[in-house]
Design a protein around this ligand. Structure first.
Ligand code: KG4
Ligand code: ZN
Length: 347
């Protein structure tokens, strides 16, 4: 069965064709980052205009690359939410139009749920040697993106939300820390790179105390970085010294954030006696997170699954996969389905 996936929740426009639940025949992504960069963050109006401009060309390219006929598509899966309403509307309208024209069902997908499918997708077009992984039934899920940081528990039948950030998301903290040090947008990749050349011992951040063991908080560390940077940057006499300060702060910041993410995820896995951990979302591209989570999970005899780098960001392949599962479970979305800026998780 061929599934067409459509994703326009934020600043990316993506279409993908899947054969069955996990074989990716094509996954085309057009990012509006080059238009957002000058503004230091996502401007919703620019994002939605980009989606509107790109959706048709991205769809055609996904069909061409998959080498399949449009009349062979049996299901259209689309991101219904959460996200920016203007961007979501583009994908949802396009998907409904296409489903109506092809006479096939349309299924609305929760974008966040879809991120947790990415480690198990396969296909030459993903740019990495496909690993023969099967999705576990029981696992701890860690969703880390620019807008969300959520821990979930999947017991094979139901999904429970176990914890989340009470303020900034992990990716948002990366973006804010990079911005305050004048490192541009998005902050994740640049901090990840600089952290590898810095000394994490120069500034250490302590984990905030929280009532709930599986909640996160990242706004305090951002403020601590701000004060440290404002105090030490004026003392840097050379550009080289300032660069080193940025690298050391990046290293200390990243060590703390990764440590909190890994510690809480493993604690939940221990509580649930789960042997598998699934990580998804933009921050899953972080190399330190991948290394530490994989190593520490292995120490406990557990496995940590991460997506291929081509699927860490927003993409339509994961939407098609999640849409297929929902379709198999009987879900059909009516053609008056509305895009939803916020949407409950695993409802
Ligand atoms: O999932 P995503 O593409 O978009 C949504 O927010 O839905 O995530 C984007 C976030 C940004 O905050 C970006 O800075 C972060 O993912 N990110 C990273 C890395 N690459 C992207 N954070 C840490 N390390 C990275 N290597
Ligand atoms: Zn996302």
């Amino acid at each position: 069965m061929l599934i067409l996936g459509i994703e326009t929740s934020c600043d990316e426009t993506s279409c993908a064709v899947l054969k069955g639940r996990d074989r990716v025949l094509s996954n085309v992504v057009s990012s509006s980052l080059f238009r957002q960069r000058p503004f230091g963050g996502i401007v919703p109006e620019i994002a939605s205009r980009h989606c509107l401009e790109q959706i048709d060309v991205v769809f055609r390219e996904a069909m061409r690359a998959a080498k399949v006929r449009l009349s062979d598509i049996r299901l259209v899966a689309v991101t219904q939410g959460p996200g920016l309403i203007g961007s979501l509307l583009v994908g949802v309208s396009f998907a409904k139009m296409l489903a109506l024209r092809l006479g096939v069902p349309c299924v609305g997908v929760n974008h966040l749920e879809a991120h947790l499918e990415t480690p198990f997708l396969k296909g030459k077009c993903l740019g990495e040697i496909p690993k023969p992984l099967t999705r576990p039934e029981r696992f701890v899920g860690l969703l880390v993106s620019g807008g969300h940081t959520i821990l979930t528990w999947h017991d094979g039948r139901r999904v429970k939300r176990m914890g989340e950030t009470v303020d900034d998301a992990a990716g948002e903290a990366y973006d804010k820390v990079a911005k305050l040090m004048g490192l541009g947008y998005p902050g994740g990749p640049v901090i990840d790179r600089l952290a590898r050349e810095g000394d994490p011992g120069r500034v250490r951040f302590t984990m905030p105390k929280q009532d709930h063991p599986y909640d996160f908080s990242f706004s305090g560390i951002k403020t601590a970085v701000l004060y440290f940077y404002q105090k030490h940057a004026p003392q840097c006499k050379t550009a080289r010294a300032l660069d080193q300060l940025r690298r050391d702060i990046a290293a200390g910041f990243q060590e703390a954030v990764v440590d909190w993410l890994v510690r809480k995820t493993l604690a939940l896995a221990k509580e649930k006696r789960a042997s598998d951990i699934v990580v998804g979302g933009g921050v899953s591209a972080n190399r330190a997170l991948r290394e530490k989570m994989t190593a520490e999970a292995a120490n406990e005899g557990n496995r940590a699954f991460f997506p291929p780098f081509s699927l860490t960001g927003d993409n339509a392949a994961m939407i098609a996969c999640r849409g297929y599962d929902l379709f198999r479970a009987g879900k059909r979305s009516p053609l008056n389905m509305a895009a939803a800026a916020s949407l409950p998780l695993f409802a």
